[in-house]
Design a protein around this ligand. Structure first.
Ligand SMILES: NC(=O)c1ccc[n+]([C@@H]2O[C@H](COP(=O)([O-])OP(=O)(O)OC[C@H]3O[C@@H](n4cnc5c(N)ncnc54)[C@H](OP(=O)(O)O)[C@@H]3O)[C@@H](O)[C@H]2O)c1
Length: 316
């Protein structure tokens, strides 16, 4: 039996990385082994990954030397950054550079970089249909990731640029789910007009990443765009109504209203939805559900995700 190829996974206790670690450990082919990277090997989540069969090691994406140790001997690495922990694209770019350099030094043969579009390719800073944020971004949590793509390419690391989609899990964890309006009726608020929002079950991102590793060199040096389904606000509301057994209305507000909601990052999220709405053909068109399902035959539809998760969506 040939030895398993080791995949070092950043963010292993989180949504994307956790999905990949679990996908590797439950993959019947047994082609890969998982090295889970965490800042705290003693946490409950880290110990659970060890119990499932992952090697668990400590590293921090802000500490280049720790990453190099964590990537040593790995065939592949899954790299992701954590915008909402600090709200800084510059920090994401520095962390991406740390990972790219560490992967290069460790001789990693295939990196998957979890990225998003640099929206400034579509809306230059001079375009005032949406405000410029933090001085030089339109959608800070997208733009820094997109700008960091070139870091991996410049290091000459064999990289797949994995463009993800809005997690449906945001309805559970991110406060993005339906909330009662003044009349008590649940409303799903998204400034998407009648356009479609590509979405995905967060755990399917890791499963797609495993599919990319399994495909060998096919996606190296390329961009891959994934989604589970492309749905309009009205379609989300209808599906939520059916699953929850309670009316959910789609509340289409203008992006400027959304930007003013006042929660941390509301301006970034408002710009994000506006970008996805105004450049919908490009944004949706890039994300092939068919390719995503080829990479991950278990890819969930929104209805399937809802059936499993409807009880976890906070409604009040
Ligand atoms: N929400 C969405 O719809 C969506 C869609 C597309 C892309 N994204 C992007 O996804 C990224 C976050 O990924 P995620 O959702 O998988 O994250 P997550 O679930 O929040 O998990 C983050 C994990 O990463 C680890 N971590 C945090 N800071 C770290 C550091 N400095 N060094 C090493 N590990 C660190 C933490 O583990 P330990 O505490 O164990 O170290 C944590 O469990 C964000 O940049 C976001 O923009 C989100």
């Amino acid at each position: 039996m040939s030895p398993k190829k080791l995949i070092a996974v950043v963010g292993a206790t989180g949504a994307q990385g956790g999905g990949l670690v679990r996908a590797i450990l439950s993959d019947k082919s047994g082609e890969f082994a998982a090295r889970a990277i965490t800042r705290d090997v003693g946490s409950a989540k880290a110990r659970e990954l060890a119990r499932l069969g992952a090697e668990v090691v400590a590293a921090d994406v802000d500490d280049a030397a720790s990453l190099e140790r964590a990537f040593a001997g790995a065939y592949g690495a899954f790299c992701v950054t954590f915008f909402w922990a600090h709200f800084s694209p510059e920090k994401e770019m520095a962390e991406a550079a740390n990972m790219a350099v560490a992967a290069k030094r460790a001789g990693v043969q295939h990196v998957i970089w979890s990225t998003l579009e640099d929206t400034r390719r579509w809306i230059p800073l001079t375009d005032d249909r949406m405000p410029t944020l933090q001085g030089k971004y339109k959608v800070p949590h997208f733009d820094g990731k997109g700008e960091a793509n070139k870091t991996f390419l410049a290091e000459g690391v064999p990289t797949t640029l994995l463009h993800t989609s809005f997690y449906w899990d945001n309805f559970v964890y991110f406060g993005a789910g339906p909330k009662p309006g003044p009349d008590g009726v649940l409303a799903l608020t998204m400034p998407m007009g009648d356009k479609r929002l590509p979405g995905i079950a967060a755990e399917d991102i890791g499963k797609c990443a495993l599919g990319i590793f399994k495909a060998g060199t096919e996606h190296v040096g390329k961009s891959v765009y994934i989604a589970g389904e492309h749905l309009t606000g009205a379609q989300f509301a209808a599906k939520l109504t059916r699953a929850l057994g309670r009316e959910v209305r789609y509340n289409d507000v203008p992006p400027e209203v959304y930007r003013g909601f006042g929660f941390p990052g509301a301006d970034d999220m408002g710009n994000m939805f506006q970008f996805k709405r105004d450049f919908n053909e490009d944004f949706v068109g890039a994300r092939s559900v068919e390719l995503s399902r080829r990479l991950n035959p278990e890819l969930q539809t929104f209805d399937q995700w809802l059936e499993k998760n409807k009880g976890r969506i906070p409604l009040e």
